[in-house]
Ligand binder design. Structure first.
Ligand code: SF4
Length: 346
């Protein structure tokens, strides 16, 4: 029979071994920061309502908070009243959406991430040179719909490594691959490897399409995963880069992993027998939600937090040109860059 003293010692030892590894970088990337600030500043400048086509970024909390401030999220441009202001989300749009907005005399502000725009430009350039373009990405994701819309006759979607084994092209000797910005780096490289087995003349993109933020967040998770019993990723289910972080954690040694929007979604049973918990967040997640998760864990004995830094990030993007122009006209022209004037969602 275990003596009370031994039980207390075991419990103390278990408490002592409880700790959190916190990923850095995590959370907001430069493109999300810019998109969220674009909506906040538009609400301040033009007054509510401001319409936003699709979720500005894929995060429940961000969307709900902006809704409370007067943003109205719509699925399609034709839901916006004639002459109103509409913001295009960070994921980008197909050219036809821009044309629809023009036909409705909408005032448009384009918050497409510049790194998504870069992929659009690659697509239009290779299409004008009459390449077949293999776009690696997920069917129906807004970014893929937008990029494919730039060159619908040239782009062929490849959704997985397995799909690479069967996809057909018309011009195997004039062929390039591009990708969605938020994919798993490892899985994409496996897809490319298989494509090159079938199409040896397949060209690489001029530069990485999977963006710096996606790569850095995955890199941090890979470092932490072998040391963690449980990986908690803060993010929404429709956030591609957040979903990938859970997958990457499980592939690289985390025993268990879950995606949660809020701390109160964590189930106490997940913590059974767990000593080390990894915590990170997707690129569309405000830091306040991570702090809530750390608070929840601290209350359960996981108060010891070690930050694992995989990369330093300092990238900032200027606000969309249309908004900068209007801010300048109102004497607020020094708001060209985001992050410095962090609001409620930061
Ligand atoms: S995840 Fe990458 S591509 Fe997407 S908004 Fe952020 S920086 Fe831009």
């Amino acid at each position: 029979m275990t003596s009370p003293a031994t039980t207390e010692t075991d419990q103390a030892a278990a408490e002592h071994s409880k700790r959190v590894l916190l990923a850095a970088p995590r959370g907001y990337c430069a493109g999300v920061d810019r998109a969220v600030v674009t909506v906040e500043k538009s609400l301040d400048l033009y007054g509510p309502p401001v319409y936003v086509r699709k979720q500005i970024v894929h995060n429940k909390h961000v969307v709900a908070t902006l809704e409370k401030r007067g943003a109205i999220f719509v699925e399609e441009t034709d839901e916006v009243p004639e002459g109103a202001t509409v913001i295009f989300s960070a994921h980008g749009i197909a050219p036809e959406v821009r044309e629809q907005a023009k036909a409705l005399s909408l005032k448009t502000i384009d918050a497409t991430c510049p790194l998504v725009t870069k992929v659009h430009r690659e697509a239009t350039r290779f299409a004008s040179d009459e390449y077949d373009i293999l776009l690696i990405g997920h069917e129906g994701h807004e970014e893929v719909v937008g990029t494919a819309g730039e060159a619908p006759d040239n782009i062929i979607l490849v959704q997985s490594p397995e799909h690479a084994d069967t996809v057909e092209v018309q011009h195997p000797d004039k062929l390039v691959w591009l990708s969605q910005t938020t994919l798993s780096v490892d899985e994409t490289m496996e897809t490319v490897r298989r494509l090159k087995e079938r199409f040896p003349n397949l060209q690489d993109p001029p530069s990485d399409d999977i963006c710096y933020a996606t790569q850095n967040r995955q890199h941090a998770v890979k470092q932490m995963a072998p040391r963690t019993d449980l990986m908690l990723v803060v993010g929404s289910r429709n956030s591609s880069n957040s979903v990938r972080l859970v997958e990457v954690a499980l592939e690289h040694g985390a025993r268990d992993g879950h995606l949660v929007d809020y701390a109160d979604e964590i189930e106490d049973s997940w913590l059974d027998g767990v000593s080390t918990i990894g915590v990170t967040s997707g690129a569309s997640v405000p830091e306040i939600l991570v702090r809530d998760v750390l608070g929840y864990l601290a209350e359960r004995g996981y108060a010891d937090v070690e930050t694992i830094t995989a990369a330093e990030e300092s990238l900032l993007f200027a606000l969309p040109t249309e908004l900068r122009r209007d801010l300048k006209a109102r004497g607020q022209g020094d708001s060209a860059q985001v992050r410095h004037d962090a609001g409620s969602l930061h």
